[in-house]
Design a protein around this ligand. Sequence first.
Ligand SMILES: [Zn+2]
Length: 227
Amino acid sequence: MVDRHIPFLSSFLMILAAIQGISAVDYTVTNTASNTPGGVRFDNDIGSEYSLQTLASATDFIWRLFQQTNDADKKNVQKVSLFIDDMDGVAYASNNEIHVSARYINGYTGDLKREITGVIYHEMTHIWQWNGNGETPGGLIEGIADFVRLRSGYVPGHWVQPGQGDKWDQGYDVTARFLDYCNDLRNGFVAELNKKMISGYSANYFVDLLGKSVDQLWSDYKAKYGN
Ligand SMILES: [Zn+2]
């Protein structure tokens, strides 16, 4: 009686493992700057274990925010590697790698762990977001990355306030605040916008989703905050 059930159980478990295997992403953390002050500070104040957890939690957060529930909706990335490098700037993402500056870590005053967590959420968005086959404006790409950071709660104190900025595609915090306004008009707006950008980009996506041109939406947004 019992033995007859084992083949069924084991094939069920194999199928389950296969399904989970498809979704699994590998993460690595490499500190190539461990002999510099920033590299030492990374090891002391953040560390590889916390970074690995944050890479995974950022991915889960982004998939949920982008409403990407099955593999067909997600970019096909099997491995994301984080590097702490002795370099200028803050961080960048390319070729499924995230590079964070050890010099920035060394010079940062304030809650370093919180700041780098926010940086990882921003850079991880670049790993998973669609870019309209290269047609999406850079300001919108950066705005979506900071929108994710905004929604994660890891927002730095120096960001602009809602309603501030000169144009909708200025990028970073300015565009993130504007996208937050758009997302309040239509829940899931940013997820739907990202989905549309799988193969191309058009400013008409704003009209399709919100019934107004992006310039009209920017005017409405500025007016709402008395700007
Ligand atoms: Zn960026």
